[in-house]
Design a protein around this ligand. Structure first.
Ligand SMILES: Nc1nc2c(ncn2[C@@H]2O[C@H](COP(=O)(O)OP(=O)(O)OP(=O)(O)O)[C@@H](O)[C@H]2O)c(=O)[nH]1
Ligand SMILES: [Zn+2]
Ligand SMILES: [Zn+2]
Length: 220
């Protein structure tokens, strides 16, 4: 397993050089199944594709449903069908990136496989990890899946429109669990359904994109 992870880290470093060379900001979206990653991407593409050239790499165990939903929004999509693998790895992302190679991309979203355990162990070369926690899942997930939540640069509490029906979910408690596992990352509450918090999410992306440095070396 250790050798496998070292190999993966090397491949992730190689991916990062590709992204930096092309001044592409790569964002890894992770969550449990159904937390709203694809819905977030659909809404983000609608709002941001006038400003940014966007592409998506999407991992799915079996179907191409997500890829079809995203393609319908008019951006390039590469689908990775992982079969039995419960996470993406750097080699899969490298392969997918080369399938996009002639497309200039400002923002590359990588939708990881819905899973709160495995994706944390496999770096992909991304610049930032965004973890989605949807209101119906319960606010204790950062405490129960600390490895995943600890690596996040941003936590999005998604489906916030459902809060009135699920009073057990206390956003401040989710934030407190994040603090307790030692992650000071910011939290935003969003709804792809009614648009709550989406401007803040777009602002976070814009700031990260603006802060991105210039490419240092050429990757092959
Ligand atoms: N009420 C509400 N429902 C949402 C929201 N975002 C997504 N959903 C619903 O939640 C379900 C799952 O959304 P997806 O976007 O497919 O979730 P996902 O994380 O991409 O799912 P996987 O790729 O299977 O892990 C769908 O029925 C969506 O319509 C939201 O903001 N509010
Ligand atoms: Zn999805
Ligand atoms: Zn390469």
């Amino acid at each position: 397993m250790r050798g496998l992870l070292c190999e993966n880290d090397r491949a992730a470093g190689h991916n990062r050089r590709h992204f930096d060379l092309h001044q592409t900001l790569a964002i890894n979206l992770m969550s449990s199944p159904g937390a709203g990653k694809t819905a977030l991407l659909e809404a983000s593409i609608e709002a941001l594709s006038a400003t940014f050239r966007i592409a998506v790499i999407v991992g799915d165990l079996e179907t191409d449903n997500d890829a079809r939903r995203i393609r319908a929004k008019g951006v390039p999509v590469v689908q990775i069908t992982t079969g039995s693998a419960c996470h993406l790895d750097a080699a899969m992302v490298h392969d997918a990136w080369h399938q996009l190679r002639n497309e200039p991309v400002d923002l590359l979203f990588i939708e990881n496989v819905g899973n709160l355990v495995c994706p944390a162990s496999f770096a992909l070369g991304q610049h930032a990890d965004v973890i989605l926690l949807s209101v119906p899942e319960g606010d204790d997930k950062p405490a129960k899946y600390p490895v995943m939540f600890r690596c996040a640069d941003l936590m999005l509490i998604t489906k916030i429109d459902l809060l009135p029906y699920l009073a057990d979910f206390v956003p401040e408690r989710a934030q407190r669990y994040m603090n307790e596992i030692g992650n000071p990352a910011p939290t935003l509450a969003t709804s792809s359904r009614d648009g709550t918090g989406m401007d803040e999410w777009f602002g976070w992306l814009r700031r990260l994109h603006a802060a991105q440095g210039h490419p240092a070396e050429v990757a092959t």
